[in-house]
Design a protein around this ligand. Structure first.
Ligand SMILES: [Zn+2]
Length: 900
């Protein structure tokens, strides 16, 4: 039933199209236009309108026909222009079939909408067999007609009188071919480029006009010409139903001016800046009808162009083009609005585009947001940056975000839909800086800090000041200075080198949000510059006009961590990237650490990653694993055992003890890339024993770990260790044993390293050890050199700057990491049982309801027999897993809600 009604409706609608015959007679001597408009219609009488300049002589009305006899005065000399705006002939406000018969004075050559022109003496008949919005006429005496036949059903004409050349016809041919490949066949058999003295470019069905004075400028060739040609598809064959928004300028600008622009990012940014500077931001895009002024231009052409850019980004390039092609095919010679484009694209997109269209067309405001960084933390294997976005008005946005990390740029897209929204961003490497929409992909109100001081801003209210101004006069105002010497502004805008010639320049006003300072030495040029060179930040008028613009300075970003600072002990300050470059060819690299400082390990990892990028044969030597467990480490790296098995087998928490998450990023990287890790350290049983009673009391079992040569000759090292020894009050025993132990330790690590260097001559070694084993090269580096001649480069993390202490010292901001969960209890180990002796306030244990005297039996899948088991189990504990305890003999299962 419903279908039936629609069909009938369309049928009636079709019939109601009118046919209009015009007979116009131009008399140049008498300065008159006389005419007869014959309007034929089928059902409903169309609304006829005309302006008061017309003198209506007679109206004859019969069934389905109105005949209007009219005249008007004209005052044309060399060029005649007649528009369909009611000023030249009566017209109707609906699509109609037009037929024009024009009688013109001797010698004049006219052009109007037509696929075929018939000339009989002074009478021209223009045949245009399609529905149109009206007819427009241009005529001159001195037109020379150039002709370029493209194919049987398409010829391009040039109506030129002064500056137009056939170059335009050949360019037009290329543009037409280009657009035909994109959108489908050119709608007409005839197309003309018409040179006029009228200072605007127009497009009408089958022809376009170009201002004679500009017709040979590059911007006509590169952007105006394709723009006007594309209007033949969009605007001049599909017509605009302006009640539902003029989409044609946005779409045409997108596929011509923008499409052919060399720097698309800059084009988008200028579009946003121009909108910011000139548009009335409370007019929604759907209310754009035509270019009344610069404000409307910024809306209809600017925001309109951006609308299609974002639409293409949303649906994808191919689908977008497919949709626009269909839009053209199905809407030729109809008046349509934005929502007809939605319908065409949705056919392919298969999802509703209504929210997108609604948001960008109907809202009388624009996205305007800011953000702040709340927190940054390293969580197991990535950095987490916590941000809050605040929007002035609610928009649904996909915001591109670029995080500059030590590993390069990481690109993300974040979704924002609330006025206040928290967002978490993850990065793999150290994040230094976060940029929001740095490519200008979202239509939005730019922030003050990212805006360029375009001359367009000079079209706003500007206060004139002279050199006797007070600083307070600048506050929150746009200021214009006119002078020949601006040295008195040095403290405000910096040194401005005055160019030769007349100029207008603009600067950001440091004393205002989006306020600007303009300098010129010729006030008359100020209006010209701001009107016609608004895209630029400065213009010099000379023989050639020179323009200035810089877009790279200003971006919207916030800093996260400072970049690591590096001190080259010989040469002074250095930067991290240079350090990486400098050490990439070194065979042996020592990187020190403070064991518990997470940033030290992150720096170690960044260096490893960087070297590995260029050179795959590397091994990592680590102090924190003890030699007897080499096979376990190999198995872990080979993927034969799990991380949990690995830590359990190397007795990690018993033998090293620091939170494994401090080292985990390095192990993860090594395992992922199958990079061998060498265990460097002695078993703790030996070091404990030697510390107690010296090398002499080691049993045979352990003697095999003692290197052949132990070098005790470094007196400075001995003195150095003595100081350390005396600083620790718990060291009450024998310094000699302490010293022996330290040498044994260093020599063992050095020998392990040396033997690897000899075995694998084509491998690089990266040694990770406490700063103390590397300072002044006393501990490990000199002892490796003694064995191999290899010096190695020594890098310390966050240490004191002293002569010869190392080659480099790196200073990095404190990086917080998500530590392994801690229960927050004091425990007692008894007969293989772990018993809680005290629960700390506000601890995880308290939150979980653990009590004094509870026995911890199992955490997740791990049986707990001692504190090391417990620490290991907690390292892997996840939210929702269970802790099993025995309370007064009864087994209780507790679900973990938190990981604290
Ligand atoms: Zn246009």
């Amino acid at each position: 039933m419903q279908k039936y009604i629609i069909i009938i409706f369309l049928f009636l609608f079709n019939l109601s199209f009118a046919k209009i015959d015009y007979f116009l007679e131009l008399n140049i001597q008498a300065n008159t236009l006389n005419g007869i408009a014959t309007i034929n219609y089928d059902k409903e009488k169309p609304k006829i309108f005309y302006k008061s300049v017309l003198i209506i002589k007679k109206i004859k009305e019969k069934k389905n026909q109105i005949k209007i006899f009219f005249s008007r005065n004209l005052n044309y000399k060399e060029e005649i222009t007649i528009f369909s705006d009611g000023n030249f002939y009566p017209t109707i406000d609906e699509l109609a079939y037009y037929h024009l018969k024009l009688k013109i004075p001797n010698g004049f050559i006219p052009i109007s909408e037509s696929e075929n022109i018939i000339k009989k003496e002074n009478v021209y008949i223009f045949e245009f067999p399609y529905k149109a919005e009206g007819i427009n006429i241009f005529a001159r005496k001195d037109y020379k007609i150039e002709k370029l036949k493209i194919r049987d059903d398409l010829t391009i004409y040039g109506y030129f009188y002064k500056n137009g050349t056939i170059k335009l016809l050949f360019l037009a041919k290329d543009y037409i071919k280009h657009y035909e490949s994109m959108f489908g066949k050119f709608p007409y058999k005839r197309f003309s480029i018409v040179e006029t003295s009228y200072p605007y470019g127009f497009s009408f069905p089958t022809f376009t006009t170009i201002f004679s004075f500009l017709i040979n400028k590059d911007f006509i060739f590169n952007s105006s010409l394709p723009h006007e040609i594309l209007h033949q598809w969009f605007g001049c064959s599909i017509y605009v139903d302006s009640k539902n928004g003029n989409w044609s300028e946005g779409l045409t600008t997108y596929f011509s001016d923008y499409y052919f622009s060399k720097n698309k990012k800059e084009y988008r940014k200028i579009t946003l800046e121009k909108y910011d500077a000139l548009a009335n931001k409370n007019i929604p895009l759907k209310d754009f009808k035509y270019k009344k002024d610069k404000s409307y231009e910024a809306l209809g052409y600017g925001k309109g162009m951006f609308f299609f850019y974002m639409l293409e980004n949303l649906v994808g390039k191919n689908l977008f083009l497919e949709g626009i092609r269909t839009f053209y095919k199905e809407n030729k010679f109809k008046r349509v609005g934005f929502y007809d484009i939605e319908t065409s694209i949705e056919k392919y997109y298969k999802k509703s585009l209504e929210p997108f269209f609604n948001q960008w067309l109907n809202k009388a405001y624009n996205p305007d947001f800011s953000f702040k960084i709340n927190d940054v933390i390293y969580n197991i294997d990535h950095f987490e940056i916590f941000l809050t976005f605040i929007q002035k008005e609610k928009f649904s946005l996909n915001l591109p975000v670029v995080v500059e990390t030590n590993d390069g740029k990481e690109r993300k897209v974040i979704q924002i839909s609330d006025k206040k929204q928290k967002v978490k961003i993850k990065t793999k490497s150290i994040p230094f800086r976060i940029y929001i929409d740095p490519e200008y992909q979202v239509f939005r109100i730019l922030k003050d800090e990212e805006i360029d001081p375009l001359l367009y801003y000079g079209l706003k209210n500007v206060n004139k000041l002279n050199k006797n101004f007070k600083i307070s006069n600048l506050e929150n105002k746009n200021i214009l200075f006119i002078d020949n010497d601006f040295s008195y502004l040095k403290n405000i805008i910096g040194n401005f080198e005055i160019p030769k010639g007349k100029f207008v320049y603009s600067f950001k006003n440091p004393l205002g949000n989006k306020k600007f300072i303009f300098l010129t030495n010729d006030e008359k040029l100020y209006k010209l510059a701001t009107n016609h060179y608004g895209n630029y930040t400065g213009v010099i008028f000379g023989k050639d006009i020179k323009k200035a613009r810089s877009i790279s300075f200003y971006e919207y970003y916030k800093n996260i961590y400072d970049k690591p600072e590096v001190v080259d002990i010989q040469k002074g300050a250095y930067n991290f990237q240079n350090l990486l470059k400098n050490i990439k060819n070194k065979r042996l690299i020592y990187i020190g650490e403070n064991h518990t400082e997470f940033e030290d390990h992150i720096i170690q990892l960044e260096i490893i990653k960087n070297i590995y990028k260029k050179y795959k044969r590397i091994v990592i030597g680590m102090e924190m694993i003890q030699k007897p467990f080499q096979q376990v480490v190999d198995n872990y790296i080979d993927g034969k055992i799990s991380e949990k098995q690995f830590l359990s087998k190397i007795e990690y928490y018993k033998r090293w003890g620091y939170d494994y998450r401090l080292y985990k990023p390095i192990f993860d990287f090594a395992r992922k890339n199958k990079i061998k890790i060498i265990a460097l350290n002695l078993p703790v049983e030996i070091t404990e024993k030697v510390r107690k009673c010296g090398l002499g009391c080691l049993s045979e079992k352990y003697k095999k770990y003692i290197p052949k040569n132990l070098d005790f000759s470094n007196k400075e090292y001995r003195e150095f260790l003595k100081i350390i020894y005396s600083m620790h009050s718990k060291n009450k025993g024998n310094f000699i044993y302490f010293y022996e132990n330290q040498i044994l330790w260093d020599e063992t690590m050095a020998e392990t390293i040396a033997s690897f260097i000899k075995q694998k001559p084509d491998y690089k070694l990266i040694i990770l050890a406490g700063n103390g084993h590397l300072r002044y090269r006393y501990g490990i580096p000199d002892r490796v050199k003694r064995r191999t001649e290899l010096n190695g480069v020594v890098i310390l993390n966050n240490d004191e700057i002293r002569k010869n202490i190392a080659d480099y010292i790196i200073y990095m901001d404190k990086i917080r990491y998500k530590k392994s969960p801690k229960l927050g209890v004091f425990i007692e180990e008894k007969d293989g049982k772990v018993i809680i002796k005290k629960v700390l306030k506000n601890s995880l244990a308290e939150k979980l309801g653990l009590k004094k005297e509870d026995i911890i039996v199992q955490v997740s899948d791990m049986k707990i027999k001692n504190i090391y088991d417990l620490k290991l189990a907690l390292t892997f504990l996840k939210k929702g897993e269970f802790i099993y305890i025995k309370r007064k003999g009864k087994l209780i299962k507790i679900k973990t809600k938190f990981t604290a």
